[in-house]
Design a protein around this ligand. Structure first.
Ligand SMILES: Nc1ncnc2c1ncn2[C@@H]1O[C@H](COP(=O)(O)OP(=O)(O)OP(=O)(O)O)[C@@H](O)[C@H]1O
Ligand SMILES: [Mg+2]
Length: 319
């Protein structure tokens, strides 16, 4: 779906923002991109939607090099969400959400219907459609920014620290909502964050960058079991079992399972393993079923499964 092949960006001989990065994001996958300030995360995102031209390498969206795309068609296929949200202050929420659709010539009626559909998807009441951005909270504005990015139904969505400016509670709420929407829509997402907890919770895979280079690309558990070097271990704050329990969500390690009837106590897929273990002990159970956001059983977790996932060197993916 999205492929970067030795993509680099230099501003001068000694300012190399991104140094020959190669990575693939599969259809429906959410990749979190993390690393210290100034390591090149935003530059990577902005090269994907051609706001910045790479100085080397190639980027493919849907198997087609981005330079071969019509720029307008490319922007429509790629949603972009940023920390500052960037809503137009003089337009209502509805007009903001439907902005791209207006440019593409969609009728007023269809635009209104699409905006109404999206506002309920992102969990806001319809009356917000007539408000102006200044009348929204930070979390609401960020939701509207996401709805706007979804308006033209792009396959790829780029998110640059979308929840970075929000308080912790709103941030956790928006993370859960994004995961819920992602389960439904299965977009291909690159999500930049500073926060390792967020990267581990949100990412099917994580790409860790340092000084313009890709240090490690893999599943969250790989960063514990097969860290590429000491920088990786330092960055995730230690690679011991307890740190893993704190950071890794249930769905990353659970075994797939399905049940027609929901059994009594269940875990939810986005809980951390630490929370899951507490529940296992409290319920005095060997294993416990996991439900997705609709309450459907999709997995099973036990101490054995956790132990296997946390075994050093187990199941490292070669990238
Ligand atoms: N227009 C520019 N001219 C020269 N250098 C630039 C330019 N834009 C970015 N850089 C440099 O490129 C590097 C990568 O910047 P980038 O914005 O991609 O970092 P980042 O990882 O997104 O950082 P942050 O986490 O702080 O947002 C930085 O060292 C930055 O100073
Ligand atoms: Mg940045």
């Amino acid at each position: 779906m999205l492929s970067l092949q030795q993509v680099g960006k230099s501003y001068s001989a000694d300012v190399v923002a991104v140094d020959e990065i190669s990575l693939d994001v599969a259809r429906g996958e959410l990749l979190t991109l993390i690393g210290p300030s100034g390591c090149g995360k935003t530059t990577v995102l902005r090269m994907i939607n051609r706001l910045i031209e790479p100085t080397s390498g190639k980027i493919f969206v849907h198997g087609r090099e981005i330079r071969e795309w019509d720029p307008i068609e490319l922007r429509r296929s790629i949603g972009y969400v940023i920390q500052q949200v960037g809503l137009f202050p003089h337009l209502t929420v509805e007009q903001n959400i439907a902005y791209v659709l207006r440019i593409t010539g969609m009728s007023v009626k269809k635009r209104q219907a699409r905006a109404a559909e999206l506002i309920s998807l992102i969990g806001l009441d319809k009356f917000h459609l007539n408000r102006y951005p200044a009348e929204l909270s930070g979390g609401q504005a960020q939701r509207v920014g996401f709805a706007r990015a979804l308006a033209s139904d792009p396959d790829v969505i780029l998110m640059d620290e979308p929840f970075g400016a929000l308080d912790q509670i709103t941030r956790l709420q928006l993370q859960d909502e994004l995961l819920r929407i992602q389960q439904q829509l299965k977009k291909t997402i690159v999500f930049v964050t500073h926060d390792i907890q967020e990267a581990m919770k949100m990412g099917d895979k994580i790409a860790l960058m340092r000084s313009g280079s890709l240090v490690q690309l893999g599943r969250p558990v790989d960063f514990f079991n097969c860290p590429a070097d000491e920088f990786v271990t330092d960055f995730i704050g230690g690679s011991d079992f307890f740190r893993l329990l704190e950071l890794i969500p249930v769905h990353q390690v659970m075994e797939e399972a399905s049940l027609k009837k929901t059994p009594g106590a269940t875990l939810t897929r986005d809980m951390t393993l630490a929370e899951a273990m507490r529940l296992l002990f409290r319920q005095n159970k060997q294993q416990i079923y996991v439900t997705d956001c609709d309450g459907k059983v999709t997995g099973l977790l036990s101490m054995d499964i956790i132990r296997r996932a946390a075994a050093a060197g187990s199941g490292c993916t070669e990238e």
